[in-house]
Write a protein that binds this ligand. Structure first.
Ligand code: COA
Length: 445
């Protein structure tokens, strides 16, 4: 495989397309017991093709198929009862369906930084077969990886990985380093399934307050990364009066479209990829997918580029905005687990925390509501719950924001961090946290 077409002197790309066209049932027959099968990420998960693969594996009683997936969004037929005897499942980012499957011990979670996932799927656990949704071919025979460039580009170009592409008119053609030629595909299936969507998050009072706090940390010309969820979307609502913002972000969702339409994003002050919004994947509604279709303002690139902390740091004034589930009084952030239960993954959080930290004038912000479960649980705690993973270490942490304010932890002592964090905890929990402070530092707060 190569990025360039594998030209066949006597065939046009249309003839190659016709020769490779199969039904999903025929296409999956290349899978053998012991193979590693990689499923495309998030919105690019090809549901019909994956279901055909599961049916074939069960019918042929194939064994030890290693399924590798990052952030499940589809129906995931392989999670049905009894499938464990056919499949080993590894998740690189836990989603709604894999969460309990992995927690019950039926599948596994593999910790890996997002920028290193291409290395995982090409070198550590190289895929024999890659199942991916693609856009329809353009007039030159190139299909776009659409909404998930991330690891797809490198997986698709690895010699030895057979790519089965589900070409789908609903998958937008998204510009950038985001294409594969039909001649590089092992086989082609046609699909008209709707592309997986991610509903706009509900932005409540807490998210609005956090958004307003963060907006005070963002200045004209800053280059933004926005994580997933209600908080990044809420921040975007408060940035409409800024000028010349840039976007270099692992992902975007619908909120960015609204901000773009205010004219606040020009990318003029970026040092690299000037004037373009650089992204590696997207999840949102159909409106977002139509917005990015053939839009020259969008530039999709592999995650090994977009999330490389060195690349991120080439822009000045990078501001990364992510979320978390817990933080302890030393500033250790858990963004991916509730105790031992893996909730999501590190994703690109550390990639951007480190990239922003190395950017001239950069800052990384981790923002969350001070409590969860109707105000009964504080997210600011003396100790992380036993078993929880540290996502962003205390050596990396910079700004923490809740609806009660901003704690700037970078360069602060453990005593100063604890003080700052208690001041932005929910009032109902401050007394208990203050008692812990007294025990730890021998003074009252
Ligand atoms: N104790 C117990 N439960 C908690 C908790 C805590 N400290 N914190 C949150 N929860 C529960 C919530 O109540 C909620 O439960 P529900 O689904 O039953 O309502 C659930 O966990 C999710 O919490 P929430 O705060 O709503 O999460 P979110 O959707 O805003 O996502 C992260 C926050 C941290 C999970 C998400 O940002 C993430 O996965 N980050 C890591 C990856 C990353 O940052 N990538 C970079 C860019 S994409």
């Amino acid at each position: 495989h190569d990025a360039l077409p594998i030209w066949c002197s006597h065939m046009s790309w249309r003839e190659i397309y016709a020769a490779k066209l199969k039904t999903p049932e025929e296409a999956v027959k290349i899978i053998h017991s012991g193979d590693t099968v990689l499923i495309a990420h998030a919105a690019a998960e090809p549901d019909g093709l994956v279901s055909a693969m599961v049916d074939y594996v069960v019918e042929q009683d194939l064994r030890d198929i290693h399924l590798v997936q990052q952030h499940d969004m589809g129906t995931c037929k392989f999670f049905e009862q009894g499938m464990e005897k056919h499949f080993r499942y590894s998740s690189l980012f836990i989603g709604a369906r894999s969460r309990n499957y992995v927690a019950e011990g039926k599948g596994d979670y593999v910790p890996v930084f997002f920028n290193r996932i291409p290395n995982y799927v090409t070198d550590i656990e190289p895929a024999d077969v890659f199942l991916v949704t693609l856009s329809m071919p353009d007039e030159h025979g190139y299909c776009s990886y659409g909404l998930s460039c991330d690891f797809a580009k490198e997986a698709g170009e690895r010699p030895g990985t057979k790519v089965i592409g589900a070409v789908n008119p609903n998958m937008p053609r998204v510009m950038g380093d985001n294409f594969i030629h039909v001649s590089c595909l092992e086989s082609i299936v046609e699909s008209n399934e709707p592309i997986h969507e991610h509903a706009r998050p509900v932005i409540g009072e807490v998210e609005e307050k956090i958004g307003a706090n963060i907006a005070g940390l963002v200045h004209d010309g800053d280059c933004l990364q926005l994580g997933i969820g209600a908080i990044p979307d809420a921040v975007l609502k408060f940035l409409g009066d800024k000028k010349d913002l840039g976007i270099h972000s692992e992902m975007i969702s619908d909120g960015l479209m609204d901000l773009y339409e205010t004219g606040a994003i020009t990318g003029k002050r970026k040092n690299i990829d000037k004037g373009r919004m650089v992204i590696t994947f997207m999840m949102g509604t159909r409106k977002l997918y139509d917005f990015v279709n053939d839009n020259p303002a969008i530039c999709m690139k592999p995650v090994s580029y977009v999330n490389d902390p060195f690349v991120i740091s080439q822009n000045d004034n990078v501001v990364s905005i992510n979320s978390a589930l817990q933080i302890d009084l030393m500033g250790q952030v858990c963004a991916e687990a509730i105790g031992l239960k893996q909730y999501s993954a590190v994703g690109g959080q550390m990639d951007f925390v480190r990239g922003a930290s190395a950017s001239k004038g950069g800052k990384s912000i981790i923002a969350f509501g001070a409590t969860t479960k109707g105000g009964t649980i504080s997210k600011i705690v003396p100790f992380l719950t036993q078993g929880a993973a540290v996502t962003t270490s205390r050596n990396d942490v910079d700004y923490i924001v809740t609806e009660y304010g901003i704690a700037h932890l970078k360069g602060k002592s453990l005593r100063e961090r604890a003080q700052a964090l208690i001041s932005i905890a929910a009032p109902a929990f401050r007394d208990d946290l203050a008692k812990e402070f007294e025990k730890r530092f021998g003074e009252t707060i």
